[in-house]
Design a protein around this ligand. Structure first.
Ligand SMILES: [Zn+2]
Ligand SMILES: [Zn+2]
Length: 239
């Protein structure tokens, strides 16, 4: 299996040369994830993290400002990076400009920096945050699903990208304030097969965590249908 994967990678590397997720330059065989100029440019979250959403907190506070005020429907959140600097442009290319290959870098980082915490949560399945089918057709892929697929290989946890579908074409969340965000997401998601949810511990996967309203809407839906633990993992979290 391992050997086959290696051969597969070699083939794909020749057809689609791998690129550095930070500067987008081509990677050599000796640079598995980042080019040598970018290795020192980005750093994972270190130090104290919010015990709820996982974002960095100052002065050893237990929860971030948001989580101490907001009642979230999800249980725990994990992210290797905070969303700033070089990673903003990287994640934009990953999401909108066909750089699906960056998923390998982000999945590896998640495994390396938050992997042990994730494993302790014992999720049965990885569920990518769905995008509306019209948006998927336009963009060609769902970056959360591409990311979840690589995570599934890293963590050896199955992925189910067909558990939930997005039934409402929502406005981009970034244009809205928190109350509008929640309103925007009302009835935005539905189970693909209502009444047949078999998972109890679920790990939602997305590229970026901003206010948590999307993850909350999904967690509430899943818990209404029998889930007892709904966590999320994203590549980067907004501070
Ligand atoms: Zn680079
Ligand atoms: Zn928090």
């Amino acid at each position: 299996m391992k050997e086959k994967q290696k051969t597969g990678n070699w083939f794909w590397d020749a057809v689609y040369p791998r690129r550095c997720p930070v500067c987008d330059g081509l990677l050599s065989q000796k640079e598995p994830y980042l080019c040598r100029n970018c290795v020192e440019k980005i750093h994972p979250i270190h130090g104290a993290r919010c015990k709820k959403c996982g974002k960095p907190v100052e002065d050893e506070a237990e929860f971030c400002r948001d989580c101490s005020r907001t009642r979230h429907s999800f249980d725990r959140g994990f992210a290797p990076y905070s969303y700033h600097g070089e990673l903003e442009a990287s994640l934009m290319r990953f999401k909108y400009h066909e750089r699906q290959e960056y998923a390998g870098f982000y999945a590896h980082a998640a495994c390396r920096y938050v992997g042990s915490q994730i494993r302790r949560r014992n999720a049965e399945v990885l569920v990518p945050v769905p995008i509306h089918p019209a948006r998927r057709r336009y963009r060609g892929y769902n970056q959360a699903e591409v990311f979840a697929k690589r995570l599934s290989e890293e963590f050896q946890i199955p992925m189910n990208a067909h558990l939930i579908r997005r039934v409402k074409r929502t406005k981009p969340q970034k244009e809205l304030d928190p109350a509008e965000r929640r309103k925007n997401l009302e009835n935005a998601f539905a189970l693909e097969k209502p009444g047949q949810m078999k998972y109890r511990r679920i790990l939602l996967v997305d590229d970026i965590y901003t206010t948590g309203s999307t993850v909350d809407a999904l967690a509430a839906l899943l818990k209404k249908n029998g889930a007892v633990q709904v966590d999320f993992l994203c590549a980067a979290i907004v501070k």
